[in-house]
Each structure stands twice: as structure tokens, then as C-alpha cells.
Design a binder for this molecule. Structure first.
Ligand SMILES: C[S@@+](CC[C@H](N)C(=O)[O-])C[C@H]1O[C@@H](n2cnc3c(N)ncnc32)[C@H](O)[C@@H]1O
Length: 511
């Protein structure tokens, strides 16, 4: 048998992961912030494809929250595709297809029935596969992306990874000395790196070894193997990715890390002055020298259509914002690439208060705040979504859509519980993405979705039964020292989920 893996780690599965940056809802915001038309107008159906989809969580959330659209997920690892298909079937998703196919097969057109796509995304793939495979990806995009279509590609970025190069090579060489599965081999290689560091190998700093040794869970070790043991691991400069993707007529739009699209939040004045007259690709690459970004999430488009600046503000003003944090977690202190910024009080204080009462368009917020409103719509959109406090509300779902998303969420949460996860995404059809929920929230969601009345004693009883059935345990922030203390904590925490979580799930169309 020929080796189908092409140097990619395939003897252990990659763990599930959901990435909101890959959703059309988020990618359309990137386009608007950068003044470029998104692939389809708001509310229109689209065709979406994820390459190297792993076990498919992100693609499934896209399908579950956009039931009228068509979603495809491809991966060459049969275990990944089998897992993805099982969950899609359990969650009754009718608008997604997972196919076992390599980039080479896809580029050659071997997959029948493929539509042309509006969105093609790939996360955690590009800088881990061979140059030949990158070319297959470009060929596939060239063949299957519609004019005006969008590509999201994430990758390990240079120069941020330069110092880690010797570590990667040592881990890969070290792992090749032993036999067995990649997770075992990467841990043995880490011991070797530790020994090298102790014996004075200056390019293997002890802090880096310590950092990697903290990765102990099954998922974390799988991540280490997939991150460090691939034969073709090679972090890229942004400029080289731009050159490669030009082969499919793609132009760079911006980054899916929303706040990085605001230059003044990303670079100091003297840094901005140095890059201001550079051609755009060079300037964007130069930013990575100052920001030491180790991971980029780039958005490209095939045929960028600029939106006039006045219209950008107009469209941003029309966007309806939905808070996705509970009222007590709302903050005007925002992490920005340069450190922390404080959103101005005259606008954001009343605006956030209004949003806590329900979704509002940016135009409504500005009109209500009135004369003190010194924030422009585009900025408001970027700040509130970029700080992860809000999402754009895309639709008011009908009962059929809610039923479908509930069914999918029940399957997703049961699957996360089976895998021993204490965090899971929860698909939300109003906002076209998912929110993360922790173990107790997962349990409360499941019992309510199964019909338990949303009151503390009933939910408490049902949660205990579900915990027993699964043989699972809850971990509170503080360890209870008696049964009474445990009962009190469980009661209080369930009450909190019912007070804050449940109304939020309803507001975002997750239940
Ligand atoms: C690091 S994982 C990322 C998975 C998923 N996108 C995520 O972020 O959770 C990379 C994925 O690319 C797939 N892959 C690697 N080389 C491939 C190839 N030549 N053709 C198709 N899939 C490939 C792997 O099987 C793996 O599932």
C-alpha cells in the first residue's frame, strides 16, 4: 500500500474544535470592516466548504445555523470523516456532506456533484502540509470558488515561530528514534528535548520545554503530535501565502482577528510610520515583526469589490447586535493587540446597558445615546464583536429552525460528554455561530431540551440523574467539603445557569 498520509500525522485523531472565525457570519464582518463586499448578501443562501475539516465540528455548526445553505467537509483521514458523519446523522443535519478525500483528489475533480462555493475555509492545515499539497489546495480553490467567493486560511506565521524552529526539528528527530503511536513518541521526544536543554543546548530554552510539558490531556498530546511531528511543518511569512494564493486569483482582505484590522490598536505610532508607505503586502508582513503573531487567520477574496466608505458606515449602522455575555460580564476594558483599551464611557456605557436588555441595531444605539455618541458604526461593530461581547443577529428563527438546532445541540452535547469534554460549543441559529458552554451548562441544556421544566428543583433532579447515568463528576471552583456544601453549590450554580444562561440561549436561538 502506498503511504496516503503524505508525511501528515494520521495514526492518532485530531481532537474536535470549533472556530467562530470560520463562520460566514464572522467572515462577513471582516469584509465589512475592510470595506469589501462579502460573497453573498445578508440572508442569502450559500455553499460552504471546509478543507481538512478534522472531525467536523465547525462545518457542522455552520450547517446547523444556516439550514438553508449547503455545507461540505473534506478530510483524508477516514477516522475523522466517520466520526463527523456519525454526529451529523445523530444531529439530523440534512444540509451537510462529509467526504473522505485528499487535497490531491479534490484538486483533480475526483469528487462528484460538487457545487461552486461561496466560502472555502481551512484551519490548522496550510503550514503543516507539503508545498505540493498547498498547490493542490490552490488548484481546488481555483476550480471551485465562485467569483466574489471568500477563502479563510490560518497558518503558523513567521517571524513569530523562528525561535521554535530548533525545537520542532529536535522533536521530530527525537520521535523518529522510537516506534509506536505518535502521542507516545512525541512525549519521548519531549524528554529528549528536556535533556538537551539541561545539557546546555541554547536553542532549546527551558521555558519552552516547560510550556510544552504542561500539555498533558489526551487532546493536548494529540495537538502536540499534530503540531510538531508533521514532516512538512513550515511556518510562513504572510507575503508568501499572498503569492501562493494569487494562483487562484485571490486578494487579501483582512484578518479574522477583528481588532487587528484597526491599525492604531495594533501598532505604536513609530511602527505605523515605518510601514505607512510600503506596498500593502509588505506592510502587512512587516506588522508581524512588531506584533510577533505566531498564528494568522487571513481572509482572501476572489475579485475584491470595494464598498464606498459612506456605505460601509451605513451598513454597519444597520447591523443588529446581540450580546453573548451575561450582564455581569460586560466590560469596557478590552484586550487589544497593543495591550488594553477602555471603550469610551459616553457612548458605550448606555449602549451596553441597552444591549443587555435585548438586541439593537447600531443605528438604534447611536440614536438613543444621542449627542454624546462619539463612536462611528464601523468602530462599534469592530469593538463589540472583536471584544467577544456581541455577535451580529442574522435572523429571528421560526419554531422549525429552533427544533432542528435543538436536536443538533443535543447530539453535540451528548457527543462532547461521551468524549469526556467539560466544554462544548452550542450552536445558535440567530447569530450563525456557536457559544461555548461548560459542563454544568451542558447538562442543564440537555435536560431542558429533553422537556424538564426550567425550574431549579426539577432541573437539579434531572441533572443528578444524567450525571449518574454518565458516571460523570462536576468540578466546582472551590471543592465542597461536605455533602451539604456540594448540594448548596449545585443548587446555586444551577440557579445561575437558569438566570443567565437560559435567557441567553433563547436570545441567540440555541434552544
Ligand atoms: C490540524 S488538523 C485541523 C482539523 C480542523 N480543521 C480543526 O482545526 O479542528 C489538520 C487536518 O487536515 C487533514 N489533512 C492533512 N493533510 C491532508 C490532505 N493531504 N488531504 C486532506 N486532508 C488532509 C488532517 O487529516 C487533519 O484532520
Amino acid at each position: 500500500m502506498t503511504d496516503w498520509t503524505d508525511g501528515y500525522i494520521s495514526d492518532i485523531e485530531y481532537g474536535p474544535g470549533f472556530y467562530t472565525e470560520q463562520t460566514p457570519a464572522h467572515l462577513d464582518v471582516v469584509c465589512l470592516l475592510r470595506g469589501i463586499e462579502p460573497p453573498v448578501a445578508k440572508g442569502e443562501r450559500f455553499a460552504y466548504c471546509e478543507l481538512g475539516c478534522g472531525v467536523g465540528q465547525t462545518a457542522m455548526v455552520v450547517a446547523a445555523t444556516n439550514p438553508e445553505s449547503e455545507v461540505w467537509g473534506f478530510d483524508f483521514n477516514p477516522a475523522h470523516i466517520a466520526r463527523a458523519r456519525t454526529l451529523a446523522k445523530d444531529g439530523a443535519l440534512a444540509n451537510i456532506r462529509f467526504e473522505e478525500a485528499s487535497f490531491e483528489q479534490l484538486a483533480a475533480g475526483e469528487q462528484a456533484d460538487l457545487p461552486l462555493f461561496d466560502y472555502i475555509t481551512l484551519h490548522g492545515v496550510w503550514s503543516w502540509v507539503s508545498f505540493e499539497n498547498r498547490q493542490f489546495i490552490v488548484d481546488f480553490i481555483d476550480r471551485y470558488l465562485k467569483p466574489g467567493g471568500l477563502v479563510y486560511v490560518s497558518y503558523n506565521a513567521q517571524p513569530g515561530w523562528t525561535d521554535a524552529g530548533p525545537m520542532q526539528r529536535l522533536l521530530r528527530m527525537g520521535a523518529s528514534l522510537s516506534q509506536g503511536r505518535s502521542d507516545k513518541r512525541v512525549l519521548q521526544a519531549l524528554d529528549l528535548a528536556n535533556a538537551f536543554s539541561g545539557a546546555g543546548a541554547i536553542s532549546i530554552p527551558p521555558e519552552m520545554v516547560e510550556q510544552l510539558k504542561k500539555q498533558k490531556t489526551e487532546d493536548a498530546v494529540a495537538y502536540l503530535s499534530h503540531e510538531y511531528l508533521n514532516e512538512h511543518w513550515s511556518p510562513c511569512y504572510h507575503a508568501d501565502v499572498v503569492t501562493d494564493l494569487a494562483g487562484a486569483k485571490l486578494n487579501f482582505v483582512g484578518t479574522a482577528n477583528l481588532l487587528e484590522n484597526f491599525p492604531a490598536l495594533s501598532l505604536k505610532p513609530e511602527q505605523l510610520a515605518l510601514i505607512k508607505d510600503m506596498p500593502p503586502t509588505m506592510a502587512e508582513t512587516a506588522r508581524d515583526y512588531f506584533m510577533t503573531r505566531t498564528f494568522r487567520r487571513d481572509v482572501f477574496i476572489r475579485g475584491a469589490r470595494p464598498i464606498p466608505p459612506r456605505k460601509v458606515e451605513q451598513r454597519a449602522a444597520e447591523a443588529e447586535l446581540q450580546l453573548v455575555v451575561p450582564p455581569h460580564a460586560i466590560t469596557r476594558e478590552v484586550s487589544i493587540p497593543l495591550g488594553t483599551a477602555t471603550l469610551n464611557a459616553p457612548f458605550y456605557e448606555p449602549a451596553l446597558e441597552m444591549l443587555a436588555a435585548g438586541s439593537r441595531s447600531i443605528a438604534e444605539l447611536r440614536a438613543a445615546v444621542g449627542a454624546q455618541s462619539n463612536a462611528e458604526p464601523r468602530e462599534i461593530l469592530g469593538m463589540l464583536i472583536g471584544s467577544r461581547q456581541a455577535k451580529t443577529k442574522l435572523r429571528q428563527p421560526d419554531e422549525t429552525q429552533l427544533q432542528s438546532v435543538r436536536r443538533f445541540n443535543q447530539a453535540l452535547l451528548a457527543n462532547s460528554a461521551d468524549l469526556g469534554r467539560d466544554v462544548s460549543p452550542l450552536a445558535a441559529v440567530s447569530i450563525g455561530t456557536a457559544m461555548n458552554v461548560r459542563l454544568l451548562e451542558m447538562l442543564v441544556y440537555e435536560v431542558i431540551a429533553e422537556g424538564t421544566p426550567a425550574q431549579e428543583p426539577a432541573v437539579n433532579r434531572a441533572v443528578r440523574i444524567l450525571l449518574d447515568k454518565r458516571g460523570a463528576q462536576l468540578n466546582f471552583e472551590e471543592q465542597p467539603d461536605s455533602e451539604d456544601a456540594y448540594n448548596r453549590m449545585l443548587h446555586d450554580n444551577i440557579a445561575k445557569v437558569l438566570e443567565h444562561g437560559l435567557p441567553m440561549w433563547k436570545a441567540v436561538g440555541a434552544i
